[in-house]
Design a protein around this ligand. Structure first.
Ligand SMILES: NC(=O)c1ccc[n+]([C@@H]2O[C@H](COP(=O)([O-])OP(=O)(O)OC[C@H]3O[C@@H](n4cnc5c(N)ncnc54)[C@H](O)[C@@H]3O)[C@@H](O)[C@H]2O)c1
Length: 289
């Protein structure tokens, strides 16, 4: 089986690349290395089952070339981060919507068996309802959330119009190996782990009494494999084609901090993002992905 993994040099994508190569699949990785380093895939460059295409999903010809002869597409490429999308909404829009549409068109024309893509818990927007049920979403709270919701709408329309098999996996704050702890948009777990190693004081925004579901990368890999290969008759019954990917285990930030035995907390130091929801903070300390 030949799989195209877009964003395959990124945190989640590179873990997927490693896994599918270990299962003896052929893997094509399309990534423009805009937010990551090549080191995430360097160990695979000599693998005859691995092809790396350095290119941009905003270019349709690149997408057509990458998708050619692939059986499956796993679309992970995007500009992540709520704060980034608030700072530069046009960039996020063009990569996450135009790029998504390009890959979707290329996948349709290549007649791939299934198109699985990274959706997001940010699609729940301002909905306070718990537990999060796929059909019950709120209004988006950031440009990033809009793009991820539009992806679902496009995938749905392509499934209905062209008979494609599309599955969106709504990731909830994924953490694990190769997640970048550096930069303004770092997620909370790698950032705190790095601070712990560096003996640095943690900063908790607000009182820490807000929760998130965190999802370990291996669960994400497992779900992607199931989404790609589960026989058609067991899924895609025409009801919906997107699924929550979470353990339904809410962790409060204070809890997370206790578990890591961080020494001190410094409350409310970091500026609150305008336009985000209560839990969306600057400096990547907490964001709804
Ligand atoms: N990490 C999370 O907690 C989380 C949560 C919800 C959704 N997601 C989604 O999962 C996917 C993967 O996220 P991640 O955490 O691995 O992020 P990441 O930034 O590590 O990976 C994204 C990859 O996409 C590539 N990319 C960006 N723009 C591109 C372009 N124009 N053309 C080609 N490649 C491009 C980047 O270089 C990077 O390698 C994204 O779609 C993200 O929105 C992630």
């Amino acid at each position: 089986m030949k799989i195209l993994i877009t964003g395959g040099a990124g945190f989640i994508g590179s873990n997927l690349v490693d896994y599918f190569l270990s299962q003896n699949h052929e893997v094509v990785c399309l990534d423009n290395l805009s937010t990551v380093f090549k080191k995430n895939i360097e160990h695979n460059l000599d693998n005859p089952n691995f092809t790396f295409i350095e290119g941009d999903i905003r270019d349709i010809q690149t997408c057509i070339h990458a998708t050619m002869h692939c059986d499956y597409v796993s679309h992970q490429a995007a500009l992540g981060s709520v704060p980034r999308s608030i700072e530069v909404p046009a960039n996020t829009n063009s990569v996450n919507i135009d790029g998504f549409l390009n890959i979707l068109i290329a996948a349709r024309d290549a007649k791939v068996k299934r198109f699985v893509y990274a959706a997001s818990s940010s699609t729940y927007g301002d909905s306070k309802k718990l537990p999060k049920v796929e059909e019950e979403i709120g209004r988006p709270l950031s440009p990033y959330a809009i793009t991820k919701y539009v992806n679902e709408l496009y995938a749905d329309v392509f499934a209905k119009t062209y008979g494609m098999q599309c599955i969106g996996l709504r990731y909830f704050n994924v953490f694990g190996k190769r997640q970048d702890p550096n930069g303004a948009y770092a997620a909370v777990i790698p950032l705190w782990a790095k601070n712990l190693i560096d003996h640095k004081q943690q900063v908790i925004n607000g009182d820490g009494n807000y929760s998130r579901d965190f999802t370990y990368i291996d669960n994400v890999i497992q779900a992607n494999e199931k989404a790609l290969y589960t026989p058609t008759e067991q899924i895609l019954k025409g009801q919906r084609e997107y699924y929550n990917l979470e353990l339904d285990e809410h962790k409060y930030l204070l809890q997370l901090n206790d578990q890591k035995q961080y020494s001190k907390m410094d409350e409310g130091k970091v500026e609150r993002w305008k336009g985000g929801k209560e839990e969306c903070w600057k400096d990547g300390m907490m964001e709804d992905c």
